[in-house]
Design a protein around this ligand. Structure first.
Ligand SMILES: Nc1ncnc2c1ncn2[C@@H]1O[C@H](COP(=O)(O)OP(=O)(O)OP(=O)(O)O)[C@@H](O)[C@H]1O
Ligand SMILES: [Mg+2]
Length: 270
């Protein structure tokens, strides 16, 4: 089987259920829209927020969609790799804002604050820092993040900071050790999986983007995919794609429950 033959079989102009979605192609699920709206509020407030959700719930997509919609008065700094540590974050922030990170760790925070202040005062731009995969920060690193939200910065509302991560991030922050950070959190939002109707719409919309606006997936196939994925977008993508492959292998023109069940078995075996 090749992608070309699969695409030809279904009459797709592009492969559905891919990752390379432009903001205009995203599905406005309840969770997604709510997350985007709340992130915009957070940016307006210049506050600290956390957005959590299970693996593949659409956190990164929502954070990217929200920040992509901001105008030129904002500067988004996306920190996607927690293994550089919080100091690595500070260095990245300073460098992005045109500075040279100081050698000594002790001067890093002051230098970052200085750069953020300059950005706001002289260029009139609000910086939005997004720390993705924040659940991978260890306790010590989470504690260091506190400096991003020092009192001095609270009063100036210099920038907005969004921590994105798996649900354990939220639980970890609740532990007493992080009270200083936890108390400054102005937004907490957990992305949930889609409900059954949303999953069906999600599948339909992905197929329409690929050039098929008619019905390809049966209702039974949709519900099996929904149950198995619990409405988490990445899992829906994987199952739907496997189901398309299974139906193609059986030379079917619709994806029925059997094709969806084959996809479930196939992915469970991985
Ligand atoms: N609103 C949406 N519209 C269309 N597709 C979406 C949407 N949300 C998520 N997806 C799809 O689901 C996939 C997973 O989303 P995303 O990468 O944002 O998950 P995540 O919560 O960040 O996962 P992880 O915990 O692994 O980082 C995306 O690659 C995209 O294909
Ligand atoms: Mg992600």
């Amino acid at each position: 089987m090749t992608i070309e033959r699969l695409q030809a079989h279904w009459g797709f102009s592009r492969m559905p259920f891919g990752r390379d979605l432009a903001p205009s192609m995203l599905v406005a699920t309840r969770s997604h829209s709510e997350a985007v709206a709340r992130i915009h509020w957070l940016v307006g407030e210049g506050a600290l927020g956390i957005v959590t959700g299970e693996v593949g719930a659409g956190k990164t997509v929502a954070a990217r969609a929200a920040t992509a919609a901001l105008d030129h008065r904002h500067l988004v700094i996306y920190l996607g790799n927690p293994s550089v540590g919080v100091r690595g974050y500070y260095r990245h922030i300073i460098a992005t804002l045109g500075g040279t990170p100081p050698y000594q760790t002790s001067s890093l925070i002051a230098a970052a604050v200085d750069r953020l202040q300059t950005e706001r005062a002289e260029r009139g731009r609000r910086v939005v820092v997004v720390c993705d995969e924040s659940h991978r920060l260890d306790p010590h690193q989470l504690d260091e993040l506190r400096f991003l939200t020092s009192d001095e910065m609270d009063s100036h509302s210099l920038f907005a900071c969004l921590l994105v991560g798996q649900p354990m991030l939220r639980r970890r922050l609740k532990l007493g050790a992080y009270a200083a950070l936890e108390q400054r959190v102005a937004l907490r939002y957990q992305l949930e999986g889609m409900d059954a109707a949303e999953t069906a719409t999600y599948i339909t919309q992905h197929l329409a983007l690929a050039g098929r606006s008619d019905t390809i997936f049966s209702d039974d196939a949709n519900s099996l995919i929904h149950q198995t994925s619990r409405g988490l977008p990445r899992a829906v993508n994987n199952l739907a794609l496997q189901a398309l492959i299974a139906a193609f292998a059986d030379k079917k023109s619709v994806v029925d429950e059997r094709s969806a069940a084959a996809a479930v078995t196939e992915l469970a075996a991985d």
